[in-house]
Ligand binder design. Structure first.
Ligand code: FES
Length: 171
């Protein structure tokens, strides 16, 4: 199996983040380190990746697993190149998020939680993304797409199809 290791640049960044905290408190660097890991290792956190993060932060693997499995922004299984996260909480639901999800399911020919067979898109519903005033909305990596309609969603999907970038929360 291939050794899990950050690139030199990412490792330097992780070490810089770790140095923000006093000795023995490296765990405080866990959330940003997991984001960097997810961005570097194809958008998801495998067990070997989480174990690698644990070794860098000098903490137990279980401490990484419990955090990574708590937040919806960490993926514990492979995801498509474009991860589409549709908000389904009250305000977005009242403004038609169910219709947006249904439209995406039909367009991408997958169900919520699935990935297209070409590995291009994963569709997921999530809780409030803090943009209730522009409901319904979705997130794709660091970008928000708001006041959605079926037409807007169609345009977005076509744009994403031609993108050569994997969606990431990191800018
Ligand atoms: S309810 Fe959808 S962003 Fe808040």
């Amino acid at each position: 199996m291939e050794e899990v290791k950050f690139s030199e640049g990412t490792l330097a960044l992780v070490n810089k983040i770790i140095r923000r905290y006093p000795e023995g408190k490296q765990k405080s660097a866990l959330l940003p380190t997991l984001h960097l890991a997810q961005a570097e290792f194809e958008g998801w956190l495998s067990v070997p990746v989480m174990d690698y993060v644990a070794s860098l932060l000098k903490i137990k693997p279980i401490e990484v697993y419990e955090v990574a499995s708590f937040y919806s922004m960490y993926n514990l299984k492979p995801v498509g190149k474009c991860l589409i996260e549709v908000c389904q909480t009250g305000p977005c639901w009242l403004r038609g998020s169910d219709d947006i999800v249904e439209h995406l399911e039909k367009k991408l020919k997958i169900k919520n939680g699935e990935t297209t067979s070409d590995g291009m898109f994963t569709l997921k519903t999530v809780e409030c993304l803090g943009s209730c005033g522009t409901a319904p909305m979705l997130q794709c990596g660091a970008d928000y797409h708001e006041n959605l309609t079926a037409e807007k969603v169609d345009r977005l999907v076509e744009k994403l199809r031609t993108s050569d970038k994997r969606s990431s929360y990191m800018r």
